[in-house]
Design a protein around this ligand. Structure first.
Ligand SMILES: [Zn+2]
Length: 363
């Protein structure tokens, strides 16, 4: 009896020690606080409609803040912001830009329910308590559902730079947003990047006729790897179809969801849309011609060696190959898993992903 107890104690100690060792191999919170703010000045675009007061300023966070675009749409008295940023310091700098204008912030608009576009609201709401934080009903329902997981993930990814706790956005069931009597047109339920969502994860794009400006957020990227995780041949076909339709639009400005600040001088409406279209096609070719996630990643890195936001390529591809445990980027865990039967690892990965996916989506 005593002998059995000894074995049990040794087993518990071994498992605990293994657990501690695996945990120690996990990724540390990324250093997402930029030391220098580099890159060209943020661009401001003027209205093409002669009598319109509207202007658009394109704010971009730094590379280690994953190059997130925010669009500041300004009139004489009011300002509306699309995308609240990912981190605390990026959102503080965005708030400084808003404050500098001296205009009244009326709306902060959430175009899709991903944490890199929503978390900064926790900073903005403190600086601008009278602003309304809104998004399409389907988008905000998803954001609310994901708040707990998003806050946990933001803390893990950004450490002290995490913009938490999340602010729940309010549903705005409308196809337009007005600024000083001028119209911003909203098109909902567009296909774009997905991550842990279903293939039809909703995205809202905005079009501002006075500026001939299109804000497609994460449906367009420029100079950066695109998040292709969770997409399917059907959703990618829809995504490409949308991009082709944007190419036919009369636009002077297109603001991609992610763009390194150093690439902003090369930004033109056509090149941005064409870049996104080509990236999806290249990714599909890499998927079709590869046997493993590592092969896809290697092919895309060879084709896009200078482009930033590589985390999107890694995370997206591991999701597409169902390698959930590798999403923790913990080499010690991967080592232990490599000793286990492949069928068990596959079963473990599938169950872990399915339960997370179920919790992060509405039926
Ligand atoms: Zn994004």
């Amino acid at each position: 009896m005593l002998y059995l107890l000894y074995i049990l104690i040794i087993l518990i100690i071994t498992i605990t020690a293994l657990g501690v060792w695996i945990k120690g191999g996990g990724q540390k919170a990324e250093n997402s606080i930029p030391e220098v703010l580099e890159g060209p000045e943020f661009k401001t675009y003027k209205a093409v409609t002669p009598e319109s007061p509207l202007r658009l300023k394109h704010f971009i966070s730094q590379s280690n803040e994953i190059n997130v675009s925010s669009s500041l749409v300004m009139g004489h008295k009011e300002i509306i912001v699309f995308t609240a940023q990912a981190t605390k310091y990026a959102a503080e700098r965005l708030a400084d830009e808003i404050e500098k204008t001296g205009l009244k912030l009326t709306y902060v608009y959430l175009d899709h329910a991903h944490l890199d576009h929503s978390q900064g609201a926790s900073v903005l709401i403190k600086r601008f308590p009278d602003a309304k934080f809104v998004g399409a009903p389907r988008v905000v329902a998803l954001q609310k559902l994901r708040i707990k997981a998003d806050d946990k993930m933001a803390l893990k990814r950004y450490g002290e730079n995490a913009a938490i706790p999340s602010v729940p956005f309010e549903a705005l069931d409308s196809n337009t947003l007005m600024i000083e009597g001028r119209e911003i047109q909203l098109t909902h339920n567009q296909y774009g990047d997905v991550g842990i969502g279903y293939e039809d994860e909703p995205h809202t794009i905005a079009y501002i006729p006075d500026l001939k400006a299109l804000l497609p957020t994460d449906i367009c990227y420029f100079g950066a790897h695109m998040m292709m995780g969770g997409t399917t041949p059907k959703s990618r076909a829809k995504w490409k179809e949308q991009l082709r339709s944007y190419l036919k639009m009369d636009v002077e400005v297109v603001i991609p969801g992610h763009i390194p600040r150093t690439w902003s001088d090369k930004l033109t409406p056509k090149t941005t849309i064409e870049y996104s279209l080509k990236y999806i096609e290249d990714y599909e070719n890499a998927l079709e011609s590869s046997k493993s996630s590592d092969e896809v990643i290697a092919k895309m890195l060879e084709l896009y060696p200078e482009q930033e936001h590589t985390s999107a390529l890694y995370i997206g591809t591991l999701i597409n190959f169902g390698e959930t445990h590798r999403l923790l980027f913990n080499p010690r865990l991967e080592k232990v898993m490599s000793f286990l039967p492949k069928s068990f690892v596959k079963w473990f990965d599938k169950n872990m992903f399915e339960s997370k996916k179920k919790a992060a989506n509405l039926l």
